[in-house]
Design a protein around this ligand. Structure first.
Ligand SMILES: Nc1nc2c(c(=O)[nH]1)N[C@H]1C(S)=C(S)[C@@H](COP(=O)(O)OP(=O)(O)OC[C@H]3O[C@@H](n4cnc5c(=O)[nH]c(N)nc54)[C@H](O)[C@@H]3O)O[C@H]1N2
Ligand SMILES: Nc1nc2c(c(=O)[nH]1)N[C@H]1C(S)=C(S)[C@@H](COP(=O)(O)OP(=O)(O)OC[C@H]3O[C@@H](n4cnc5c(=O)[nH]c(N)nc54)[C@H](O)[C@@H]3O)O[C@H]1N2
Ligand SMILES: [Mo]
Length: 768
């Protein structure tokens, strides 16, 4: 037993270096290095037979949906070699690690001791095997029976003065079936406090798109990407985060399309690609992807888009029209006059200054876009995680509407989603602001009285716990402490709770920063066989392009003690809601029954059980795809967006927090960021070489970081400064190590998405 009683639990990740090696950033992606890296991870962390079995089933029809990203699978033919990618393999190697941890591990190590470990070190301990409880005042987690765990939760929930003092978080791996049942339980219990990872992710896209084109999802299909004449890829690093997107980009290029990349960093994955599944490409050294690279300053996107649209307007005037789609604008949109007047009158030089690009670069982009009609804009966190995140999306929509590039083949919006079922969870009703029609249906079908008042999203949920307005925290997956902004602040919020509960597959830092009491409930993962009532079940997920597909685990679970998320919800509901008229057993015994309820509740799921059994699943309806814009006026809307205010003191840098190649959000697969040439270290701050020189900072010098926002100081110490091709005044660090610096009160207007891509920081020489 450890002597750790007097030591404090560490709320911040450990500030220790692991041995940085830096090489020049790579200029090409995937190829044989990716295969070696994936095989390396499988050999190191998985059992041999299991690795082979899984790699043949990943993203295959009738197989399981990769727990990695939400990029869609081809509707027709799937590669024989397995429709997988390096990072998909890492995701399953992580989930199916041969290591496991049970009660003996937790008896040996106190919570305090474990709090000295990083998420990387914790994750590598292995799969969780049995339910665990941390009693009030205890120093160690110990085993608890499932029924006692459910009773403990039920007692806490029934003790609360109001259901609105409970918070129910969801990460985006939860299946449609589990998500539907979960939200039904939470609403039957009596609250809409359902924050989810989407709040920190694509919420800005959801809000921006709903208000302008009437649907919070993207409008394109995979085939559209293949057919596009121009792909504008903004604030996204697909080589790392959506590797299978690269083969779609390759198809687009082979079909004659052009790619414009807008990113502060020259991400290797977007520059050059060698398809590991094509021997010919491996021999011929692959294909150039990006035709025009625009190294925009962090959050310079609105300024860039304005300058771009100004240029297109000038070109249209110069050639007497034909470049702007007035037929489309007249028939389908509103707000054009006001919008185009504002574009005509922009301060062009101010736009150039803010985006950091030269006029000739903007003009080069305008030339490509103006003369083409099939245009798709793809984006991810580089656009959404800003205070003006929603405006970023609306400005993207302006460009597409101006060109009539939506609701026709090869054109439209493509927000590339994160978690593999984050989009499906929202469709199933995981939302703090549910629509009244949806709640009416729940009431009618299930005989409940769902609450109408909106609940907390992530940032308000943290504030509520911090202020003592919420006392119970339940997480269906995820790593709330490490994923949210302002780590210290969030830690205090969680520690204010009476009970914190995590349904998890692997240990993480959220298990260690706990309420008075805490529970860890281990569950089945995507790769595990799920048998209920003697019958093998499957679940379903919705990908980034609105296709719903089935997913069935392939391996025996690592322990008999693990329950499916569906079963956990059902048991929890039975324990908590004593007079419930809902037959929770029926749902958990056969997931077809859940799908039948979904079909009755949510439009687009007609014949759900039948269609989900079709090999490639089915598409959900999408108004924007058909030029049916479901806004309040039935028209797509142009927006008039102000240029963002960029406050920044002389000695401040603008920091973005990004993912390395070896991580899945807070799950850290390894310590390398191969494409960026950064090896064996995550506590780095990437700086422009000239900035380092000006500040007298040496390569690999130890620096401390601080951020000051609304008069509050925040700190994260011990990072190594390294030179990197990034615009001057901008720096980059990895998430989650830099999250202590992201202010809790810096978030996007309307979507409340934390502004983790634009944090004002100062860099202090540790020995200077
Ligand atoms: N392997 C792997 N796959 C993943 C994930 C993972 O962690 N690992 N995470 C999943 C999840 S949940 C998500 S949301 C996605 C995330 O996918 P991404 O959004 O690609 O992930 P980030 O690393 O946050 O990268 C943001 C990119 O935007 C750029 N950027 C930052 N600020 C700006 C800006 O102001 N303007 C512009 N134009 N660009 C900017 C950065 O340089 C970087 O290339 O990936 C999903 N897939
Ligand atoms: N600074 C900064 N912060 C960010 C971001 C950023 O770019 N910068 N990105 C944000 C984004 S886009 C997102 S989506 C969030 C992610 O936030 P989360 O979704 O909360 O975090 P993850 O790291 O994906 O969660 C990992 C944990 O999920 C559990 N898990 C894995 N698989 C399963 C499963 O099948 N079932 C269950 N029940 N549990 C499982 C494991 O225990 C694992 O430790 O982080 C956000 N935070
Ligand atoms: Mo995300």
């Amino acid at each position: 037993m450890s002597e750790s009683k007097d030591k404090e639990i560490k709320t911040q990740p450990p500030e220790e270096f692991t041995g940085l090696k830096q090489k020049a950033p790579k200029e090409t992606s995937v190829g044989k290095d990716a295969i070696f890296s994936a095989l390396g991870q499988m050999n190191k962390y998985m059992k041999k037979g299991e690795a082979l079995k899984l790699s043949l089933k990943i993203n295959q029809k009738g197989g399981f949906d990769c727990p990695g990203c939400a990029w869609p699978d081809p509707d027709d033919e799937r590669s024989k070699l397995g429709e997988y990618c390096e990072n998909g393999i890492k995701a399953i190697a992580e989930e199916r690690s041969k290591k496991t941890i049970g009660a003996d591990f937790f008896a040996k190590h106190s919570v305090q001791e474990l709090s000295e470990l990083s998420d990387f070190e914790l994750g590598k301990k292995g799969r969780l095997l049995e339910p665990l409880v941390l009693e009030e005042g205890a120093t160690h987690y110990k085993p608890i029976k499932w029924e006692d765990a459910f009773q403990l939760i039920a007692d806490e929930l029934n003790k609360l003065p109001s259901p609105d003092e409970a918070i129910f978080y969801t990460s985006g791996r939860t299946s449609n079936e589990a998500a539907y049942l979960y939200q039904l339980f939470v609403r039957a219990y009596g609250t809409n406090n359902m924050p989810d990872c989407s709040n920190m992710c694509h919420e800005s896209s959801g809000v921006g798109l709903s208000e302008t084109v009437g649907i919070g999802k993207g409008s394109v299909t995979l085939e559209d990407i293949h057919q596009a004449e121009v792909l504008l890829i903004m604030g996204q690093n697909p080589g790392t985060n959506h590797p299978r997107m690269l083969s779609a980009l390759e198809k687009c290029k082979v079909n004659g399309g052009q790619i414009i990349t807008v990113n502060p960093l020259p991400e290797a994955g977007l520059m050059h690609y060698t398809d590991p599944q094509s021997p010919k490409r491996m021999l011929t050294n692959g294909i150039e992807l990006t035709d025009l690279f625009l190294p925009v300053r962090i959050n310079g996107d609105v300024a860039f888009l304005k300058a771009l649209m100004f240029e297109i307007l000038q070109m249209d005037i110069a050639q007497d029209g034909g470049l702007i789609d007035h037929d489309f604008i007249d028939e389908y949109t509103e707000g054009y006059e006001q919008f185009i007047t504002a574009i005509r009158n922009i301060d062009y030089m101010a736009c150039l200054r803010q985006c950091g690009l030269e006029a000739k670069q903007v003009r080069a982009a305008a030339k490509i876009i103006a003369k083409n009609e099939k245009i798709i804009v793809c984006w991810a966190m580089g656009l959404t995680q800003h205070e003006n995140g929603v405006d970023n999306i609306k400005e993207v929509v302006n460009l597409l509407l101006m060109k009539g590039a939506i609701g026709k083949p090869g054109a439209g919006t493509c927000p590339v989603r994160g978690h593999s079922n984050v989009q499906g969870d929202r469709t199933m009703g995981i939302w703090e602001e549910p629509k009244p029609e949806f709640l009416d249906k729940l009431d009618e079908i299930h005989g409940i009285k769902a609450p109408r008042a909106h609940g907390y999203s992530v940032v308000p949920a943290i504030n509520a716990m911090k202020e003592g307005k919420a006392k119970f925290f339940f997480a269906m997956g995820g790593n709330f402490l490490s994923a949210t902004p302002d780590t210290e602040f969030t830690a205090k919020a969680l520690q204010n709770c009476d009970l914190t509960v995590h349904v998890s597959t692997k240990p993480n830092r959220s298990h260690l920063i706990h309420g008075k009491k805490a529970l860890i409930l281990p569950c089945l993962g995507r790769t595990d066989k799920d048998i209920q009532n003697g019958k093998e079940q499957f679940v379903s997920c919705e990908n980034s392009m609105g296709v719903v597909q089935s997913s069935k685990g392939a391996l025996n679970p690592p322990s008999k003690e693990l329950l499916s998320e569906v079963r956990i919800v059902a048991e929890l509901a039975k324990a908590t809601l004593k007079n419930s008229s809902i037959n929770w057993n029926e749902f958990a015994n056969d997931y077809d029954n859940i799908r039948d309820a979904v079909e009755q509740t949510i439009p687009g799921f007609e014949d759900y059980n039948k269609r989900v059994r079709q090999p490639a699943g089915f598409y959900l309806p999408n108004g924007a795809r058909e030029r049916k814009f479901n806004t309040d006026t039935g028209k797509a809307k142009f927006s008039t967006i102000p240029l963002p205010k960029h406050e920044q003191a002389e000695d401040e840098y603008i920091m973005m927090t990004i993912r390395s190649h070896d991580q899945y959000n807070t799950t850290i697969y390894g310590l390398d960021d191969r494409y960026r040439g950064i090896y064996n270290e995550r506590r780095v701050v990437m700086m422009n070489e000239a900035d380092m020189k000006a500040a007298g900072i040496q390569h690999k010098e130890v620096v401390n970081l601080s951020s000051e926002y609304n008069g509050v100081m925040r700190y994260a110490n011990k990072f190594l400064a390294i030179p990197y091709p990034i615009p001057r005044g901008n720096v980059a660090t990895y998430f989650p190590e830099a999250n202590p610096l992201v202010p809790i009160d810096s978030f996007a207007a309307k979507s409340k998405t934390p502004a983790s891509k634009r944090v004002r920081i100062r860099i202090h020489r540790a020995n200077g």
